[in-house]
Ligand binder design. Structure first.
Ligand SMILES: Cc1cc2nc3c(=O)[nH]c(=O)nc-3n(C[C@H](O)[C@H](O)[C@H](O)COP(=O)(O)OP(=O)(O)OC[C@H]3O[C@@H](n4cnc5c(N)ncnc54)[C@H](O)[C@@H]3O)c2cc1C
Length: 294
């Protein structure tokens, strides 16, 4: 395989691990990232299950170490979104705003996107005050923030932002879906209020420029006022750049080990950094092994 023959889409933990392993094997990956390296990990409050960090490490600090490792391997990231990925005549073609790049193998490490709700009416005017992640909100201080959801992400977001803000977690069900230790930490944090069996139907802006959440708790109507709202309902695979043609060829290309899906993009229920990293390393080793046997 000549120099640039592996394209990696996404520089979250999965894409980064793949790139490092490919580089160690003497290959030159081209890595595209549409936002920031580290992906979803930039939101994580405390990563306690990634080996090597007794006592845990924050998501942004772990991403900082990943960045250093990319630099030490001289792996450049192209900060552009892959708008389309196709396959024809034994070559993949990735198109971004300014580039068209071909390769013989592709690693898709594009992760997930937030699942949107069609149960909550949100007026277009306030869409810029509704968030799906917290990485862009770390500077907020003394704000009221409502988080809708009841999984690990909702509780992790709450613990992260509760350092400087007042948080209300709204769970439409009666049971929680997060790790018990996250729930216990949230329950013992004075800046976090947890409300269960509460359904949000509409969010709009008040005359005082705040957000009003119209809610129903069992048989009672409740209004909650907030400065920001975070929706944490779960996530789904992000594959919007694959052409129809590629979708048809996908299974065969995977069988030939020319196309690999690594990390959260695989759409499993269980999504963690160590899993994403392991899948990235495995895919890189398969590509490098194939290259050696040619
Ligand atoms: C709040 C929170 C806390 C967490 N805590 C932990 C924890 O404690 N321990 C743990 O192990 N895991 C944790 N996780 C999960 C962990 O962050 C993910 O499992 C991991 O980031 C998945 O890595 P990935 O590379 O597969 O996907 P992602 O991290 O989602 O990265 C995908 C990347 O691809 C980019 N991308 C997507 N489409 C394109 C495109 N078309 N062109 C270019 N780039 C593209 C995205 O911008 C993104 O940077 C947490 C997640 C959240 C949200």
């Amino acid at each position: 395989m000549p120099g640039n023959d592996v394209i990696i889409i996404g520089a979250g933990p999965a894409g980064i691990a793949t790139a490092i392993q490919l580089k160690r094997s003497g290959l030159n990956p081209i890595v595209f990232e549409k936002k920031n390296i580290g992906g979803l990990l930039n939101n994580a409050n405390l990563v306690e299950n990634y080996p090597g960090f007794p006592g845990g490490i924050t998501g942004p600090d772990l991403v900082g170490l990943f960045r250093k490792q990319l630099e030490s391997f001289e792996i450049d990231i192209i900060y552009e979104q892959v708008q389309s990925l196709d396959y024809n005549n034994e070559l993949f073609t990735a198109i971004t705003e300014s580039k068209i790049i071909e390769s013989k193998a592709v690693i898709i490490a594009s992760g997930t996107q937030s699942r949107l709700s069609n149960e909550i009416k949100i007026s277009g005017k306030i869409r810029n005050r509704i968030y799906y992640e917290v990485a862009d909100l770390f500077e907020l201080k003394e704000k009221n923030i409502a988080i809708i959801g009841a999984g690990d992400a909702a509780f992790d977001y709450a613990l992260n932002l509760a350092r400087n803000n007042n948080i209300t977690i709204l769970n439409r069900a009666g049971n929680i879906k997060c790790l018990p230790l996250l729930f216990d930490r949230a329950k013992s944090n004075n800046s976090i209020k947890y409300l269960s069996q509460i359904q949000v139907s509409e969010i709009f802006e008040t005359a005082a420029n705040q957000l009003l959440l119209k809610c129903r708790n069992k048989s009672e109507d409740i209004d909650i006022i907030s400065d920001y709202v975070i929706l944490a309902f779960g996530r789904e695979q992000l594959l919007d750049f694959m052409t129809e043609n590629l979708l048809k060829e996908k299974d065969e290309l995977q069988r030939k080990e020319l196309l690999h899906f690594v990390g959260d993009v695989n759409g499993r229920l269980y999504r963690q950094t160590a899993i994403a990293v392991g899948e990235g390393v495995l895919a890189a080793m398969k590509i490098a092994g194939k290259n050696r046997t040619k």
